[in-house]
Unconditional design. Structure first.
Lengths: 379, 510
């Protein structure tokens, strides 16, 4: 009786409900498109074709998805420890600083496959350190992590502006960015994989960071559900009192979780910096950290869900750009509205339709929601 | 027989595949006290929630005063004159009594006339029923007994003719419970109808006119209280004969395993909760600590188990001191052989969102048996969980099931299995059978006594006097943070009750 609503079978929980939420988001978005006088069905076709129709589109979609996988994982790791890390944005930005220092120092002397591991470590370390300070303040001083990480986003932005218009800017350049990296700091593209399937690609930034992101997703799964540290993080995340009872140090677990979260955020910078632009420019993160919050929520904090949600958001970014290009009435801001609707329905209102679907399942097939159907979730 | 105040006819309610209520028929006569007993999960609370509009029945009919009614919200229930006093009070802690009473019944923007009306109405209710409470007292400063009185006043203020009380005595001293019963009798004499939900059979016998027994979602029997016995009711509840008092042999107390000297503990507000407490627990004995909830027992257990910092004092485990300065690590104490079954299994002893097997290693998750390097040894954990499930008869026997889906009794068994199977030298247990059904109580008591017979030192804290008396070899009574007396297992309930209520002159009465 402690569970008034019996649980849904896993396929409905992880498949059906997100699909329904998405469908509603797109229907409402369709009305918005109608409101500006365009045909919503044609808009949908352009969006999907722009994202998946051609090889180039697919490569762009996966490039954006790579970024969101990193930030989504970052938010999820902290969330499993009941820490709401809003600071992914700033941690990624500072991670970019670490990469810049490594690349600018070594790009003339070392090949990419030596620089890449060093840059990964630097990105992770810089991101982790940017997560460490709010974590320390939370653990030792009780300063709320949401407030401090938001503030650290602003500090990160200011620090980077200072560095990019000053010390890191090449003399005589007008642009607030570092010099372009040499070939030694350029990561190999992955476009050939998509070309294997027969699609043609003109030029797209998809690079090996995508594979790194998938590896990190697997490692996060391993960390959360298969290691002692992950067990302790989840225990603290569900119940700080139980963690205290179990002899888990609150300070240690908060700091560790936030540093891992910050490291993942920092690694996000590898994708645009080394894989695409080959320099560090002002505001290169451009909101990917905040998208990571939506990705993590929509992916139900599970790496598989996060990868899928990241691809969805990659599709919205890429397809949205195409849409803004094809339909002049739909501006960039309209795309942001559509993204907002997806976040609203899939993230914030995630549970809106759940009771109805549960009632439906209970009446159609009582057995499917019975206790016996409740098997392991996630782990 | 008087006219029926409430009739429930053919009530069914399912949650998914779980049939919480099936074909329930119940008739409560006007002006009587009607008891409903049953184990946890028997469906009592669901049935009352249907009557109070929290849930809607899948089928069946409710009649109030002979008329069929539909109750969709608690407002409908209130309009029909049904009031409910919940087990966990629904009061705003930092409001005054008056403000709580009018909450939800306030009718004007500035509250002036509502408050004036409530004040005179409270006055009348106080005089009529002997329900004295200071209307301007702030709730959090009142003892629980008075808070409960405010709940009753709230219901009466809304014109309740039928009063439902859900486990009302769980938080009360025996004296407070007696006072409550006097109030209930008075209400009955004034023509109110009272439905009393409880699992304490003694209360049923003391106060009700009729009693209905529920088991596994069905109504198995209704008896006139005078014509039944505790034994019969217990048997009806469980469906088999039950040992109400577990049998145990003489204790053979050995060396002192746990020694507490001059322990003082303050809570986060700086209020002294444990005041200069000293006692020993020897191997091979069960020491029970009796007392009304909130008299320092919880803080005492937390300090001994290293969860809470102590201000001063000394606790020795096997002759070696436990660090009480705030650096104590519960994990280290576990390694030294101190196992702890906490009072609050929902938030402390278990992580309800975890699978059963994950909870079966909580606190021992850094043990080499369950690890392969930094990784959890999933196979070893699963095998270990299955082993415990079998030994402690935990149902359902699926280690992958989410812990929240186990019943209270089985959750408690998960904690007990985890702590007892570590073979600790000292076991401290808070509220061993709170929210646990009768069948599981018997099992848990037997296990605790088996621990004792193996020569372990067992410290039990419980607010259930019956439990303390049936388990303990020695009984300590706590009141206002101090140990106010020590008694043998044959102490009478009245004697312990007086100590629990802080009556000092007990010595003279003996």
């Amino acid at each position: 009786m402690s569970t008034p609503y019996a649980k849904l079978p896993a396929w409905a929980d992880y498949g059906l409900i997100p699909v329904i939420n998405l469908a509603v988001a797109f229907i409402v978005a369709g009305f918005v498109v109608m409101l500006v006088g365009e045909n919503p069905f044609r808009a949908a076709v352009i969006l999907v074709e722009g994202a998946f129709g051609k090889g180039t589109g697919i490569a762009f979609t996966l490039f954006y998805a790579t970024t969101f996988i990193f930030t989504g994982l970052s938010v999820a790791v902290a969330a499993h420890c009941s820490l709401f890390n809003i600071g992914t944005e700033g941690q990624a930005y500072i991670g970019g600083l670490g990469i810049a220092l490594v690349c600018l120092s070594f790009d003339s002397v070392l090949p990419w496959w030596v620089i890449f591991p060093i840059a990964i470590v630097a990105a992770a370390a810089f991101g982790a350190l940017w997560g460490l300070i709010p974590a320390y303040l939370q653990a030792k001083r009780g300063s709320h992590i949401v407030i401090t990480t938001i503030m650290f986003n602003f500090i990160a932005a200011s620090v980077m502006v200072y560095l990019l218009v000053g010390p890191l800017k090449p003399a005589g350049s007008q642009a607030p960015q570092t010099r372009n990296f040499l070939a030694g700091a350029e990561l190999p593209k992955l476009n050939w994989i998509i070309e294997l399937f027969g699609a043609k690609i003109r030029s797209a930034p998809l690079n090996i960071c995508f594979l790194l992101a998938l590896v990190m997703a697997f490692l996060v799964w391993l960390l959360i559900w298969r290691t002692r540290l992950g067990y302790e993080m989840r225990t603290y995340g569900h119940s700080p009192k139980a963690a205290r009872y179990a002899g888990i140090s609150e300070t240690r677990i908060i700091i560790t979780a936030m540093m891992i979260s910050g490291a993942l955020a920092g690694m996000m910078a590898l994708n645009p910096v080394m894989g695409d632009q080959h320099n560090v420019a002002i505001d290169f993160v451009s909101g990917a950290g905040y998208v990571g919050i939506a990705v993590a929520l929509m992916g139900r904090l599970h790496p598989v869900g996060i990868v899928l949600a990241a691809i969805l958001f990659g599709m919205l970014y890429q397809g949205g750009a195409e849409l803004a290009f094809e339909m002049p009435a739909i501006s960039r801001d309209m795309i942001v509205i559509i993204q907002g609707l997806v976040i609203l329905f899939a993230g914030a209102l995630e549970h809106m339709f759940r009771p109805y679907i549960q009632a439906l399942f209970a009446s159609v097939s009582p057995k499917s929601v019975g206790m016996q159907a409740v098997k392991g979730t996630g782990a | 027989m008087a006219q029926a105040a409430i009739e429930l006819i053919g009530i069914n309610k399912s949650f998914g595949a779980v049939r919480a209520n099936r074909d329930i028929n119940l008739e409560v006569a006007r002006g009587t006290i009607h008891g409903i007993v049953g184990e946890n999960g028997a469906g009592k609370s669901t049935l009352m929630s249907i009557l109070y509009g929290f849930y809607q029945a899948d089928s069946g009919e409710i009649r109030v005063g002979g008329k069929p009614v539909s109750i969709n919200t608690s407002n409908d229930a209130i309009a029909l004159g049904i009031g409910m006093v919940h087990q966990h009070f629904m009061l705003v802690d930092n409001f005054t009594v008056l403000e709580n009473v009018i909450l939800g019944a306030e009718n004007d923007v500035l509250l002036k006339s509502s408050i004036a009306k409530a004040r005179s109405e409270l006055d009348r209710l106080e005089r009529e029923y002997g329900l004295e409470v200071d209307p301007d007292a702030v709730i959090e400063e009142l003892p629980v007994g008075l808070q409960q009185r405010v709940e009753i006043l709230k219901a009466l203020y809304r014109g309740a003719e039928i009063l439902i009380l859900d486990e009302p005595t769980g938080v009360l001293t025996p004296a407070e419970a007696d006072h409550l019963f006097r109030i209930l009798k008075q209400l009955k004499d004034q023509g109110k109808t009272i439905v009393l939900i409880t699992h304490k059979l003694r209360e049923i016998m003391a106060i009700t006119d009729t009693v209905s027994v529920m088991r596994q979602g069905t109504m198995v029997a209704t008896r006139v209280t005078k014509e039944t016995t505790v034994g019969e009711l217990a048997e009806l509840m469980v469906g088999r004969r039950v040992l109400l008092r577990v049998e145990k042999g003489q204790s053979e107390a050995g060396a002192v395993k746990l020694s507490v000297k001059n322990l003082t503990v303050k809570d986060s507000r700086g209020v002294t909760m444990v005041d200069n407490v000293s006692f020993d627990v020897r191997g091979g004995e069960i020491v029970g600590i009796a007392g009304v909830a909130g008299n320092g027992q919880s803080e005492l257990l937390e300090a001994i188990s290293g969860i809470r910092h102590a201000v001063s004092g000394e606790v020795m485990l096997d002759g070696k001191p436990i660090d009480l300065t705030g650096k104590a690590d519960p994990g280290e104490l576990r390694d030294r052989g101190l196992a702890h079954v906490p009072e609050d299994r929902h938030h402390v002893g278990l992580v309800l969102a975890f699978e059963e097997n994950e909870n079966s290693i909580l606190g021992y998750h850094d043990d080499e048996r369950y690890l392969k390097g930094p990784f959890l040894d999933v196979d070893a954990i699963m095998a270990d969980a299955k082993d415990k499930i079998e030994k402690y008869d935990i149902r359902p026997g699926n280690p992958r099931l989410k812990t929240a889906n186990f019943s209270g009794g089985n959750q408690q068994k998960i904690v007990l299995a985890r702590e007892m199977e570590q073979d600790p030298g000292v076991l401290i247990v808070g509220q061993p059978t709170r929210g646990v059904d009768v069948g599981a109580i018997e099992f848990i008591h037997k296990r605790l006594i088996a621990m004792r017979d193996q020569g372990k030192a067992v410290l039990v804290v419980s607010v259930e006097l019956d439990e303390i008396r049936s388990l303990s070899d020695r009984i300590l009574v706590m009141f206002a943070g101090r140990v106010v007396g020590e008694r043998g297992p044959d102490a009478t309930e009245g004697e312990l009750g007086l100590l629990m209520a802080g009556v000092e002159h007990q010595e003279a009465a003996e």
